[in-house]
Design a protein. Sequence first.
Length: 252
Amino acid sequence: MTLKTSIFITIFFLPWVLFAESKIRIPVGAYIFTPYYELQDGKPKGLTIDTLEILNKMQSEYEFVITEMGPQRRYKMFEELQIEAVFFEDPAWQWNKVEHFSIPLGLKDEEVYFALTSKSEQANYFENLKTKRLVLVQGYHYRFAGMESDEEQLKKHYQLHFVFSYEASVLFVLGGRADIGIAPRSYLHTYFQKHPEQKSLFRIGSKPDHSFKLKVILSKKSKISKARMKTLIEQLSKNPEYQKSLAKYGLN
């Protein structure tokens, strides 16, 4: 290669390199909350991953990147700007203590009670939770408990087991170690897709523990403005690939 050719190639490709490196990185917090975010064989999966991949393909100004966190740590990390946004959150999940913008995603989900069909034949089975053994996911919020997430406080009033995933909740109930579990309807949708033979073994309560409107929680100090994020979300909602992803999780 001649010096002249080398200079030409460098000059030709340099703007593209600079362009690629100039994308503004937006750290997005994610904790295990199936089917929104989970690890399968050590690899991040779920609706949050699908969504950020689509957003990154839709535009070239910002790069949305995952930053893993624990559910109890998300508020502190948000305040310290280690994360600038969290997708698929409800502001009612104690976000009132932290300054933020909330941008609707136009999606709803709900956490429902489930039990073994063989044990829950009575119509009022799910009504008196204090007489049942409950299995809850550590660090999450539940309406029946006033959205309290402190384990010691909860154990004063209920018979509880704490686990680290919804799958563990299902297995606890299936194995008879707990009477009632609570999980998002979207999670049970994906679980029974994988295990259709188990669907008849479970009864789902007619009244949810709580319903939630899913939103983007955005830091007021984020490098992306509320107006720009809102525009991207509006474009995202019309994206066929995104709609297909929602259908996969029973959310459209």
